[in-house]
Design a protein around this ligand. Structure first.
Ligand code: NAP
Length: 297
């Protein structure tokens, strides 16, 4: 069994920022990551609203923060968290390890929402993807469909337009939820077509070949990238009374949940705006509140 003062679940921008603040204040912490460190920003091509950089790729920003963690000697444990136990002591039960912590910060973020239509699961990784940065290069000079109308869908369509022969942006209504500057940028692209409609079914034998819309229009495409929003990654916390009915974690102004000593920050909590700098701000507020608490104990 490993012991730490603060166990941080999730190595995205929120978790990493909390670790920086805690470690610099002399509080021991352990970051736990089940997949790749960096979190969702790794899927961002160009970030243009991170102060200090007019443009930086998500992976470059993640690498810079990871370098800072290394310099501060923050330990990262690569393991899959299965459950948190909040009894006499707080325990984070992982696949391989059990971690005992005085306090826990949950920073598990969100994951892509699925369309839940016929063919989506069968053709996943066979033409259907939820990450343009990861899989876009497989479809150079091909015909690509992007589904969605938020910032993520439009950013993905812009990124893919640099690789693909043609990009069809399919949105279920005329107006976009995305910021207007992204809509304007997309309109300037000669190889992007904006279409209104809803997917009924993905078709293909061993690989995606076409998409059937609810009005029975058939669109042939080599790949489909689905960007229809995100869901909080909080399933593993269902044993604790900290989740709202929508699956997001409920916190107070110090980012503490109803369970004393268990905090949540970043995209796994319900809020108005999901932005990198906001997640970082929450991490700093939460970590500083823990630091003040430790100093007063
Ligand atoms: P989002 O803003 O929630 O947009 C989801 C889009 O998917 C909406 O256009 C929605 O349509 C559509 N949609 C939802 N369910 C659907 C369904 N079943 N079938 C078809 N379409 C469906 O999600 P997001 O783009 O992933 O962005 C998430 C958050 O991250 C937002 O707060 C966003 O501002 C932020 N973000 C910011 C940046 C940035 O600052 N550069 C970049 C990426 C994301 P309706 O509009 O009709 O509901």
């Amino acid at each position: 069994m490993k012991k730490t003062t603060v166990g941080i679940i999730g190595c995205g921008v929120a978790g990493m920022t909390a670790a920086i603040y805690l470690k610099r204040a002399g509080i021991s912490c352990l970051l736990i990551e089940g997949q790749v460190p960096g979190g969702q920003i790794i899927d961002n091509d160009d970030i243009e609203n991170y102060p200090g950089f007019s443009k930086i790729s998500g992976s470059d920003l993640a690498l810079a923060i990871l370098k800072q963690l290394k310099e501060l000697e923050v330990e990262i444990l690569y393991d899959q968290v299965k459950e948190i136990k909040n009894g006499k002591t707080k325990q984070i039960l992982c696949q391989k390890e059990i971690i005992e912590a005085d306090k826990i910060i949950i920073a598990t973020g969100r994951h892509p929402r699925k369309l839940e239509v016929k063919g989506e699961e069968q053709l996943r990784r066979k033409g259907i993807s939820y990450c343009a940065i990861c899989d876009g290069s497989l479809y150079k000079e091909k015909q690509i469909l992007v589904v969605g109308g938020g910032n993520s869908a439009l950013e993905a369509a812009l990124y893919l337009s640099r690789l693909a022969k043609k990009v069809i942006l399919l949105h279920r209504r005329e107006n976009y939820r995305a910021e207007s500057f992204l809509v304007e940028r997309l309109k300037e692209k000669n190889n992007v077509i904006c279409q209104t409609g809803e997917v009924e079914e993905f078709k293909g034998k061993d690989h995606l070949e076409s998409v059937i819309l609810k009005d029975k229009t058939v669109l042939s495409c080599d790949a489909a990238f689905i960007y229809i929003g995100q869901l909080p990654t909080t399933d593993i916390f269902q044993n604790l009374p900290i989740l709202g009915s929508d699956g997001y974690i409920k916190v107070d102004s110090h980012f503490q949940t109803k369970e004393k000593g268990i905090y949540a920050i970043g995209d796994c909590i319900k809020k108005e705006s999901y932005q990198i700098v906001i997640a970082m701000g929450e991490a700093a507020t939460c970590a500083l509140s823990i630091v003040r608490g430790e100093q007063n104990e």
